[in-house]
Design a protein around this ligand. Sequence first.
Ligand code: NFE
Ligand code: MG
Length: 571
Amino acid sequence: MPKIVIDPVTRIEGHLRIEAQVENNRVVDAWSAGTMIRGLEVIVQNRDPRDVWIFVERICGVCTLVHAMASVRAVEDAVKVRIPKNANLIRNIMFCTQLIHDHVVHFYHLHALDWVDVVNALKADPKATAALAQTVSPGNPRSSAGYFKDTQDRLKALVDSGQLGIFTNGYWGHPAYKLPPEANLLAVAHYLEALTWQKDIVKIHTVFGGRNPHPNFLVGGVPCSLDPNSDDNINIERLNLVNQMIELAAAFVEQVYVPDLLAIASFYKDVTYGGGLPNYLCFGDLPTDDISNPDSYLFPRGVILNRNLSEVLECDPTDPEQIKEYIDHSWYEYSGDSPGRHPWEGETTLKYTGPKGEYQELDLNGKYSWLKAPRWRDHPMEVGPLARCVVAYAKGMPEWKDTIDLVLTKLGLPVSALFSTLGRTAARGIETKLTVHYLRRFYDELIANIQQGDIATFNPAKWDPGTWSADCKGVGICEAPRGALGHWIHIKNGKTFNYQAVVPTTWNASPRDEKGQRGAYEASLIGTPLANPDQPVEILRTIHSFDPCLACGIHLLDCEKKEITRVTVLN
Ligand code: NFE
Ligand code: MG
């Protein structure tokens, strides 16, 4: 049977290889392999738990802060400290900013070209494009014929030069592209606009966290001080900048991203493939009270099995029976004979048995990936925007339900349409629309709280490790843009004894497990029709719809265990 190998998959973060077996122009089986390793769970061992966020935040530069957030939450859970109200609001504002930024960048720069034929945009009539833009988004001021003519001229110069630059190697002209030239030109114009937009809105992270990517965090709160009337703190002028950036974020999402998503999706309603696993998992996030109170979360927590929307199962990341990581098809070994490990008992010991040097094939019956295979009660799960929409919908969370219904009604699609590649992409837009609204709400609450005289951002009660129990464990969760993220820490005598991260891409891109069950990417490809197997854009569409980040998914170090560098830190 012919096999399609895509290695590396591009327009993702990190190194991913997909092997797909094809019969009669349809995928009949698939394997997802993470082909890189990094090393962060190991290097934080024995370190001060209050410093760990600095290391693990570097797991990724795409999800700029979620690992730091999960890490400080894990330590706070272990040492039992609550953060002040302002700190919770500021973390929520930063979380929302990250999610909005990440989803917009994914839509335009990582995923759009699976749906948009860039070269075909040269055939568009700029006047007709302006008319389309005004129909799609009447509120968007940038929709004149001249504007689209300028974009087209820039594109033409690129194509005429014979060097397509960022658009090289696309499958231009492929029959799976369905947009008319005007819609293609509209999307290309917004691809370029989004590049400028994204560098501005992350200024919110620089205000509260000092920089971006990798803003600063702090166990017990946030590392910034508030004082509306002082030049040495976050004052009214800085808060006004945040306000402006929120307006910018909201305008782009409401006037450009969501209208583009609806317009593009309306041409692809026949993309019913790519649903994959019927199981969805979310840890939840955006606590309006405290992270220890999941009932206060605005992002849902729960599990759905077999697409049974009438029952949302309880998800408890601390329950050793619920979450386990398997390594039957992953290049690791576990001591002892337990086949699956809850992260508090997790181990990160490399055992590479794959090909040496250049290779054609992986041993798909044996170990074939650097990703472990996390499972919930032994079920493979999908995590991410689609999982959040499905769980929130099933729970009847009103703001989610209204937004999902609004988008589906505009597209004239039933809820079951969510269970597809197109649905996954729509789910990302749905939650971005909602998150803009939450971002505004948290900012307003922060301002109101400051106006009432509360400027606390840090709780020092448990800063001193002498106040901690000698042996304690904690879990820090976060609904990262790509899905449920958890960091589990075991602290002994004030030091990090064990640390495990189970990351959204570990769930979604996982290889098969002990029982041979496929991970979410693998399952999602089965049944995919290929118009032209030499240019498998349909496979890329589905894989990109998950927004892969292998850097996150793997997080390990040089396989020879060589020391790469040594840094001396001053205590
Ligand atoms: Ni590197 Fe990440 C997100 C996390 S992905 S992007 O979102 O956590 O697995
Ligand atoms: Mg891990």
